[in-house]
Design a protein around this ligand. Structure first.
Ligand code: KG4
Ligand code: ZN
Length: 333
């Protein structure tokens, strides 16, 4: 089954052609960072206009690189939400028009389901069910129990900032360029993660929920203090990163101790972080559970994962191209 994936939920104009939810024939992504960098964050209106300018060419590009034409496809998969409304509507309108004109089946995909099925891409040993996924992106941080492609349950989430958002905000405090996550990781490589003991906050003992806004605020107060003003930025970055990793790994450890899973999955943009990857793999090894992490290019937003999710979720994801509407707060299930 050959699917064209389209993903425009945030600031990446992404398209891909994927066979059977695994084999990536093409994966195109036009990053808009240079247009947003000077504002220090994503400007929704700019993102939406860039998608409109780039998407047709990105679709042609994905088809050409895959060596297929529209009539060689078996369907079109598009992110219907959650995300920025102005960005989502561009992808959804294009997918609807294509599906309507060609008669190809149209699949509406929840962006977060895309992240969950990214570890199936280009792998011949996909995670077995049931698996526990730590999904950490710019907008979301959650633990998801995946019993089957049709049965996805959020068992914990952040009470405030997402892990990626904490990286981005802290990077800004450190004077790093946007996007902050990769820049902070690069700075942290040269720092001592044990130099400063930033808080590992836990909302309350009865839950696996997370909270990161207190950590970000602690870093801000520290940087404003006399000690912080003289501190090595690399040590601050490494110590912040260590705190985020500790909190995330603690929650996964508690979840696997509470209930058996056949695999662990790490996904979302923050999954690209090497320190988190190392700690995640170590946790899997300690508990004797295989840990699956997507290739880096499939951790951050991409359209291949959207096609992968549409393939796994199957017929229930099919929608009528005349009625599909982008939903910025699309429910998880
Ligand atoms: O999944 P994603 O590409 O977009 C959303 O769905 O939000 O995640 C983007 C987030 C951003 O907050 C970015 O700073 C973070 O992922 N990120 C990282 C790294 N690469 C991307 N955070 C930490 N370390 C990284 N290497
Ligand atoms: Zn994402």
């Amino acid at each position: 089954m050959l699917l064209l994936g389209i993903e425009t939920s945030c600031d990446d104009t992404a398209t891909a052609v994927v066979r059977d939810g695994v084999h990536v024939l093409s994966n195109v992504s036009t990053n808009q960072d240079e247009f947003h960098a000077k504002y220090g964050g994503i400007v929704p209106e700019i993102a939406s206009r860039r998608h409109a300018a780039l998407l047709s060419a990105a679709i042609d590009d994905a088809l050409t690189r895959a060596g297929v034409s529209l009539d060689g496809l078996d369907g079109i998969a598009v992110t219907a939400g959650p995300g920025l409304i102005g960005s989502l509507v561009v992808g959804v309108a294009a997918a609807k028009a294509l599906a309507f004109a060609t008669g190809l089946p149209l699949y509406a995909v929840n962006h977060l389901h895309g992240h969950l099925f990214a570890p199936f891409l280009e792998r011949d040993d996909p995670p077995p069910y049931p698996f526990l996924a730590l999904l950490v992106s710019g907008g979301h941080s959650q633990l998801v129990e995946v019993a089957s492609p049709a049965s996805l349950r959020i068992i914990a989430k952040t009470r405030d900032d997402a892990a990626g958002e904490a990286f981005d905000k802290t990077a800004r405090l450190l004077g790093l360029p946007f996007p902050g996550g990769p820049a902070l990781e690069a700075l942290a490589r040269d720092g001592d993660p044990r130099r400063f003991a930033f808080p590992r906050h836990r909302p309350d003992p009865g839950t696996l929920d997370m909270s990161f806004s207190g950590l970000k605020t602690a870093v801000r107060y520290f940087l404003e203090s006399p000690e912080g003003a003289g501190a090595r930025r690399a040590d601050v970055a490494a110590s912040f990163q260590a705190a985020v990793v500790d909190v995330l790994i603690d929650r996964v450890a508690r979840a696997v101790d509470a209930r058996p899973y056949d695999a662990l999955v790490l996904s979302g943009g923050v999954a690209a972080n090497s320190a988190l990857q190392v700690a995640f793999i170590e946790l899997g090894a300690r508990r004797g559970i295989p840990a699956h992490i997507p290739e880096r290019r499939f951790c951050t937003d991409n359209a291949a994962m959207i096609a992968a999710a549409a393939f796994r979720r199957g017929a229930p994801g099919r929608v009528d191209p005349r009625v599909l509407v982008a939903d910025p707060s699309l429910p998880f299930d």
